[in-house]
Design a protein around this ligand. Structure first.
Ligand SMILES: [Zn+2]
Length: 344
C-alpha cells in the first residue's frame, strides 16, 4: 500500500498509516551542524547534547510503534505521526494520533531513563539520573498531551469538522530503564501515564468500549485529509536557534566516506587527505550541498556555492551546478538554485 493515502473502508485490510513516522529533520540538521563546527566551539557541547535528546525521542517513537504492532491487522485505525497544526495562534505537535470512527487516541512518548517523579499539584516532572543523581525538570508529558487534545478539539471545530468523538490522551514511557515513582503519582495520572508494555492492553480496552458516537467513513476521511493538508512540520533555522554566525562554520567539500572537511581538488576529482576516498562532482558535491541546505538555506547562488565549496573557477562551478540538475529560479546571472530535493 502506498503510505499516506487514505483508503475507503472496504479496501483497508491492514494497518493504515496515514502519516508515517519519519526521522525528524532536526536530527539531520544537528548532525550536519556538529560536523561543521570545531569541537572547541562554545555551542558545540549544547548541540551534541540536544542531538542526543532528539535521537532518544525518535528511538522512543519507534519503540511506541513497535509496541503497537499487534494492532497491525485492524482496518479501522488510522495512524498519524508527528502532526503539527496551528490553533489559537500557536502550533501544537502530537507524537502519534490514532483516529477511528468511534474514538481518537493521542499518545505522547517519553524516552527518559532513570527515576521519574511527578508533582500533581505543581505539574512538575523531574528525572533523577540513575548514575549521577543529577535532577532535571521537564514538561509534564501527560499535561502536554492533554493540552494537545484540547487544541485538536478546538481545531476540529474551527475547521468545521466533526468534534463529537471522544479523544483519549496518554503519556507513554518508552525507555526500558524508566522507573516511575508510584508515590509521586496522583489520581489524575492513574491509567493515563504508564510504561509502554501496558499500552496494548490500554488501547485494547479502550477500543472495546462503546462511545455512543460513530463517524461515517466520509467524516473520518475528511478529518484525515484536512490534517494532511494543514500539517506544518517544523524546520528550524539552526544557526539562529543556537546563535551561531555563519562565518563560524567549517566550509569546504566534505568527504562522503569519513566526513573529513575539506577534500582536496585534483583536476576533475576530489580526494580525501584522511581516508583516501576519491570521487567526482556527482559523488562528492550532493552531501556537501545537503549540509548547506540543512544548516544555512535551501537556496543558494553560484557565489555562495563557490564560497562554501572553496571553488575559484566560475565557469567550472556553473558546470557542476548544472550537473546537479537542481531546480533554478532567475536567469543565468543572479540564478538561485533550490536544494530542497536533497532533503528528501
Ligand atoms: Zn575521507
Amino acid at each position: 500500500m502506498k503510505q499516506g493515502r487514505f483508503l475507503s473502508f472496504p479496501e483497508r485490510s491492514f494497518l493504515l498509516i496515514v502519516k508515517p513516522l519519519k526521522r525528524p529533520v532536526i536530527i539531520d540538521q544537528l548532525e550536519a551542524l556538529s560536523r561543521r563546527l570545531p569541537p572547541r566551539h562554545p555551542r558545540y557541547g549544547k548541540i551534541v547534547n540536544d542531538l542526543g535528546g532528539y535521537r532518544s525521542g525518535y528511538a522512543g517513537e519507534k519503540h511506541l510503534l513497535y509496541t503497537l504492532r499487534s494492532f497491525a491487522e485492524r482496518p479501522d485505525l488510522n495512524f498519524l505521526h508527528n502532526v503539527r497544526l496551528l490553533q489559537y495562534g500557536y502550533h501544537f505537535e502530537t507524537d502519534l494520533m490514532i483516529l477511528s470512527r468511534h474514538q481518537h487516541i493521542f499518545l505522547e512518548s517519553k524516552n527518559f531513563k532513570g527515576r521519574l517523579e511527578f508533582d500533581g499539584e505543581t505539574g512538575q516532572f523531574t528525572r533523577v539520573d540513575a548514575d549521577t543523581g543529577e535532577r532535571q525538570v521537564f514538561r509534564q508529558p501527560l499535561l502536554q498531551v492533554q493540552s494537545h487534545r484540547d487544541d485538536f478539539t478546538g481545531w476540529l471545530v474551527k475547521q468545521k469538522l466533526s468534534a463529537e468523538v471522544p479523544i483519549e490522551a496518554y503519556a507513554v514511557l518508552t525507555h526500558s530503564q524508566a522507573f516511575l515513582d508510584p508515590a509521586s503519582m496522583d489520581k489524575s495520572m492513574a491509567g493515563r501515564l504508564f510504561r509502554s508494555e501496558v499500552l496494548p492492553q490500554r488501547i485494547q480496552k479502550l477500543l472495546g468500549q462503546k462511545t455512543g458516537v460513530c463517524l461515517t467513513d466520509v467524516q473520518l476521511q475528511a478529518i484525515c485529509d484536512r490534517i494532511l493538508l494543514m500539517d506544518r512540520p517544523l524546520k528550524r533555522n539552526v544557526l539562529s536557534t543556537y546563535g551561531i554566525p555563519q562565518s563560524d562554520l567549517i566550509t569546504g567539500v566534505r568527504c562522503p566516506a569519513c566526513s573529513q572537511i575539506p577534500m582536496l581538488k585534483r583536476k576533475t576529482k576530489w580526494c580525501c587527505g584522511r581516508c583516501g576516498f576519491t570521487g567526482n562532482s556527482e559523488t562528492v558535491l550532493p552531501p556537501t550541498m545537503r549540509d548547506y541546505a540543512l544548516i544555512v538555506s535551501e537556496y543558494l547562488t553560484k557565489k555562495q556555492f563557490m564560497n562554501f565549496c572553496h571553488m575559484e573557477n566560475g565557469p567550472q562551478a556553473s558546470y557542476y551546478l548544472r550537473k546537479q540538475r537542481l531546480q533554478m529560479k532567475g536567469g543565468t546571472k543572479g540564478a538561485v538554485y533550490c536544494l530542497s530535493d536533497l532533503l528528501k
